[in-house]
Design a protein around this ligand. Sequence first.
Ligand SMILES: [Zn+2]
Length: 237
Amino acid sequence: MREVYRDLYALQQIDSEIQRLERLRVEIPERIKEIEELIKNKEDEILEKKKTLDLLEQRRLKTEREIEEEKMKLENYKKQQFEVKTNEAYQALLKEMEYSKRKIETLEMEYLVIEEDLNRKRKEVAEETKALIEEKKKMEEEKKKLEEEFSTLDEKIMLKKDERKRASTRLDPKLLARYERLIVSRGGLAVVVIEEAMCGGCFATLPPQYFQEIRKGERIYTCEYCGRILIHKDFVV
Ligand SMILES: [Zn+2]
């Protein structure tokens, strides 16, 4: 019986490995896509911030121009001071000058706020760009590894399937058919190796007496709940 157990267990291990490899064949391209999207999202985010920086820079330049224009205006008013003929005109000019001075003050305040904002955002973008470069490097490495792993999968699966063919011929055809049915109906797990009175497939508790029988290993035992073949660890490990 021990030999039959070992053959069954070997076949299950091969099948589990094939299942794992086939899962990877689906999961790896998904992970690669995920990595690509992550990189793209980060790049877009930084690009957006750079656009904001450009806008701020434009505002800064515009404000700078406005300040200069206003200062020129003020200079002209100052020159006009000595040219006005009437008191009325002089008063009006003073008003204009006062207004101009205030406008310059306001613009200069605005300029400072913009400049501060600009400096802060520039620093942020620089830091984020640096972090992204690092992150991108790591992600590209992971992607490369995954691509390499993926490229070997088909061959690995093929080899395992050959191995499976050889392993399955060692089993009695009736037992093999039973095994195959279980593989299909029980999510790829037909043979469960147990150490205690519990089915490792459905986690049902086994009657103590039945467990003792399984320990003796005189025939093929199955879980009465899920039907999986139960083998005691001592026979296969
Ligand atoms: Zn079970």
